[in-house]
Ligand binder design. Sequence first.
Ligand code: PMP
Length: 449
Amino acid sequence: VQVRESLSLIEKDRKYVWHHISPYKEEAPPMIVEKGEGSWITDYKGNRYLDAMSGLWCVNVGYGREELAEVAAEQIKKLAYTPMTNSHKSAIELAEKINAMLDDEYVIFYSNSGSDANEVAFKIARQYHQQNGEPNRYKIISRYRAYHGSSMGALSATGQSLRKYKYEPLSAGFIHVSPPDHYRKPDNISVEQYNLLKAREIEETIKFEQKETIAAVIMEPLITGGGVIIPHEVYVQEVERICNRHGVLLIIDEVICGFGRTGKAFGHQHFNIKPDIITMAKGLTSAYLPLSITAIRKEIYEAFKGTEENYHFRHVNTFGGNPAACAVALKNLEIMERENLFKRSEELGKKLLNGLEELKNHPNVGDVRGLGLLAGIEIVEGKETKKPVSNEKIAKLIAAAKAKGLIIGRNGDTVAGHNNILTLSPPLSSTDDDIQFIIKVLKEVFFCE
Ligand code: PMP
């Protein structure tokens, strides 16, 4: 016992905690975060950082919101738990609220995480087709580079082989197509043409696989974790048309894009489409408590209505839709509305992109792109070759920003082993000064190092 007590916090962390992804590095131990306020977090030694990733793209209303703590405490005192085989007021009100934010009528299924929400979507898609007399429709199409979660089904839909290959065999029936990464398009076609070609690759895949075997396409409105790939609107609309043409359900993963990240309530609302199923997590509660949603279009839900056993959707999630998380989500949405945060995301996003524009003068900055408060900076060896820089170079940029008090992320074509896109996703509640700080630090990192 004495030995344990004499260990420092950082030593105990190394000894007892298995971190997500990163192995413990002596020269760069993990940050032990103690508190957060607004866009800033403070570690246990008192160092402050602007968290330009909102944790993992999720603390949309910023840190330290007392209202959210209070509403959680009140709800826990009144009713800490009831399973969603029952129901409760916050779950009902939240389902109503989410419907008001969407452009069609949806029924809400609750779980705890983005991965959970996507698993639910896949199971519903498969069962829906069975109940419609098409039991062979089981395959799910998704894109390379996309991330859809870490549980076996969601990982199977994920198109990042580095995250997958050690855990194979994964779930059967998941197929990938290439993403509309028009930064790397051939010179002789337009962005629009390239996007249409990429959408049609989905149609070809459906035909090659026999359309009677395809249950659904899952995609984010824009690929976030795979390196901020923003499609032309013709892409998204064409994918919707293709799905409709072949009786394939369209699942839209709004886990990151939802709740104002891209400057609208939901990312797909930039493209004027009506998804069959929409998954949400992260910004739903701004990560104050775990909660996720699979929103299912009314017509699909109708196929599950009936008294016989085979109409049951066999999926239980003990903590899904727990009362405190639903109450927090409602209050979180109230804050977003009161502070007009979706609009703020759009406006601050423009300021951020404008400020980052200057980075394009750097020989290694191939592209700067973004929508709302979500941005990516693609780092290449040269603008002509577009060859991604090494992961070591990216790690150096991230460390240089951190040394100046700025936390940024990275991602990219991990299929090819590249992580060459710096990512930014600050809280929607960021101040103008916060945005200027991000721009200032990044300019220093690129031009003064
Ligand atoms: N979908 C997307 C687009 C995500 O970015 C993530 C998580 N980063 C997930 C699903 C999985 O969410 P969770 O980590 O809550 O399971």
